[in-house]
Each structure stands twice: as C-alpha cells, then as structure tokens.
Design a binder for this molecule. Structure first.
Ligand SMILES: Cc1ncc(COP(=O)(O)O)c(C=O)c1O
Length: 390
C-alpha cells in the first residue's frame, strides 16, 4: 500500500533520541531550549516556545491574545477541527468563515462581513501549507484591535513574501505531528516577536510557574517557585526536542523534494480538464504539506468512488480538508452557516500521497488511477523525479 504520508525519520533521529534518554533528562530541559533557539533562528522570529502540540499552542495563543468567554473568534470551517476548538477552549464562540478556492484560506473578503464588536481574534490557517495572506488580514484586523493568530500547523518550510511562514505574525503556532513535514511524534511550537508574550507562553505551558523546572535544577541555591496564574502542562519532552533538532536541519531538503514531486503531480494531473490542485500563491511558496486535488462537477466518478478506486489499487488517499461547521461537535449552536466554497471543496476533493521517499513509479501508480477514473489514457512521458534522498 502506498501511504498518504510517511515521515522521514532515520538513524540520526534515533541516535538523538537515544542520547537524550541516556542523558537522564527526558522531560522539558536543555534540548527543548536548544530546539526553541534553533526554530526561532530558522523562522527569523524573535522567540519560539515549544509545546506538546499545535492544538495546545493555539489554546495558549488564544489566552495570550486576551480571548475571553463571550468573545468571538473568526476561523475557517475548512480546517482540522482543532482550529475552531481553540476558540471554544477559552469560552469564546467560533464564527465560521468561508475560504478562497485557490488557496483554501480566509481572506479579508470572507472575514469582514462577520466582524462584530465581540470579535477578539481571527485564526488564519495556512491550509495544507499554502501561506495565507497575513498582511491583508492584519490590514483589516489591526485597526480594529483584533489579533490575527496564524495557525501555521501545516506550514513549516513554506514562505510568505520571502520569509518563513509565521515570521510576520504576532503569534503563530506550528504542528510537529507525523502528518507534517517536520515531526517530533507529537509536538508544536509557538513563535512571536514579543518577549513579554513569549515569557507568558512559557509560564502558561508549565503550570503558570515563574521559574522552569530546568532553571530550578540548574540553580545553585534553593529556588522557591511561585504560580502566577492557572497554567497547563503543555510541555514538550527533551526526547521530542532532540528529534526535532535533527528534523529541522533536514527541513530544507524535505521541502525541495516535496516541491519536485508536487510539480510532477501538477504537470501530469494538470492534463485532466477541470481538475484543480494546490499551487503556490502569488506572494509565497507552499511546502505542499498535503497535495489536494478538487474534482470538477462533471468528473466521471464521485469523490468517494475515486477514493475507493485508489484504495483498490493499493493507494492510501484521504478525503479533502474537513468542514468543522458540519460536525456534531458544532451542532449545538442552534444555527448552521451556509459556506458554499467550504462545503464544495470539502466534499469534492481528495488528498493524494506525497512524501519524501515517494518514487516516480509509485507516483505514476497514483496518477494512473485518477486518469482511469477520468476515463482518460495516461502516459507518464519523460518526467521522472531525481532519485529520493532518504
Ligand atoms: C490547520 C491545523 N491546525 C491545528 C492542527 C492540530 O495540530 P496538532 O495535532 O499538533 O495538535 C492541525 C493538525 O492536523 C491542523 O492541520
């Protein structure tokens, strides 16, 4: 079976994890601090705060943005449900906005009609690793005192106006789940240019403590810690951070390889009339975290039939991005929005396998199923991708 994704983990990650274990320090400690410094450097943002997941990071970002019960947070419905849940965790209402069909992201045009006196934040998702237009959203929100939090879960290695995605946000949260390019098993990172926000995020991820366990351990005098506010245990472990440090060094190669494979998908699948695919926006580059294709209305088979055919041919694909507003978890609100683009994209798209080790032959196997479903002949031609560097 060709998986939809396979993380790129090898001997170097295993050795780094083993070294962390043998050091005797396995909880949040020096490797987490090193990973944070390396991530801040790689993204060019002032501060990076490691957390146990992007979901935890979004929760803390909501608190840091001052979102409170009764506030509204505008989010895309076309996202993993964690985006909307972050608003709910702090007692706010998730207000679902529609997305632009080219990028799958929120735009000022989809968000502006939903802004009210109660809107405290917008969570702008870089869906599937396509950077959203942050500057345009901030131009709408900053004058109104609304914080734009970037959900960069999928976006490590993507760029926006020539800089790493997330670098221009006041708060951006990344995911290191194995479906992402850079993985630590589970894990996440929040970046911010604001040292005060970073200090608060560090405190919130560690029970509201005014001094970290690592700092207490390193101190030569007794340290009596204080708990300044109600916090959480959202810490990353040093074993995860050790893996993350290796992965971060490989990120550039991983992005290059994915972009080669994605280009090949675009060239070959682009021959199918009406098929829409993930692509770079005008102002940045995607890391192709998920290679989505949206089927035209007159496609020869239904979306689910295509998924079945892929499965029958030994290809593990996925339905397109979910629509959170249609899920039972959000059915208690007494209303259901009509989000035409979201509903259409969610029901008509699929995510095809894309990962570093995917070979041209495997990719042809995937493409052939889509061509067969479209009732079109497929000839791979001469477009092999250079051999995978694993
Ligand atoms: C857009 C988006 N936000 C948040 C998350 C949650 O990330 P994590 O699994 O690290 O909590 C995901 C995970 O898939 C995601 O795609």
């Amino acid at each position: 079976m060709i998986p939809v994704i396979r993380p790129l983990l090898g001997a170097e990650e295993a050795a780094a994890a083993a070294e962390a274990i043998m050091s005797g320090w396995v909880a949040q400690g020096p490797r987490v601090a090193e990973f944070e410094a390396a991530f801040a450097e790689a993204t060019g943002s002032g501060h990076a705060v490691a957390v146990s997941s992007c979901t935890a990071g979004l929760h803390l970002a909501m608190i840091a943005a001052g979102v409170r019960p009764g506030d509204e947070v505008v989010v895309p419905s076309l996202s993993f449900i964690a985006t909307a849940n972050a608003a709910r965790y702090v007692g706010a209402e998730a207000v679902f906005a529609d997305v632009d069909p080219a990028t799958l992201n929120l735009t000022p045009a989809t968000v502006e009609p939903l802004l009210t006196e109660r809107t405290r934040a917008v969570i702008l998702v870089d869906q599937a690793g396509v950077p959203a237009d942050l500057d345009a959203m901030r131009a709408l929100c900053d004058p109104r005192g609304i914080t734009v939090v970037e959900d960069a879960a999928c976006a490590a290695g993507a760029t926006y106006h020539g800089r790493p995605a997330g670098a221009r946000a006041s708060l951006a949260a990344f995911s290191f789940h194995p479906r992402k390019l850079l993985t630590t098993g589970e894990g996440g990172m929040i970046i911010t240019p604001d040292p005060d926000l970073a200090a608060r995020l560090r405190r919130l991820r560690e029970h509201g403590m005014d001094v970290s366990a690592a700092a207490r351990h390193a101190a030569h005098q007794p340290v009596i810690e204080r708990y300044l506010e109600v916090g959480y245990n959202y810490r990353m472990t040093d074993v995860q951070a050790a893996i993350g440090l290796v992965q971060l060094r490989r990120l550039g190669d991983i992005v290059t390889r994915r972009r080669q494979l994605a280009r090949r998908y675009q060239q070959l699948l682009g021959q199918i009339p009406g098929l829409k695919m993930i692509a770079d926006p005008a102002y940045g580059t995607t890391n192709f975290q998920s290679f989505w294709v949206a089927l035209p209305d007159d496609f020869a088979v239904t979306r689910n039939e295509l998924l079945q055919r892929l499965a029958d041919a030994g290809v593990s694909a996925r339905r397109g991005i979910m629509a959170a507003h249609l899920e039972p978890a959000y059915a208690d609100r007494g209303h259901r929005e009509h989000l035409p683009m979201t509903e259409r994209l969610s029901s008509s798209s699929v995510i095809l396998p894309l990962f570093h080790q995917l070979t041209s032959d495997e990719q042809d196997q995937v493409i052939r199923v889509v061509f067969d479903a479209a009732d079109l002949p497929f000839s791979p031609g001469r477009q092999p991708v250079t051999a995978a560097v694993v």
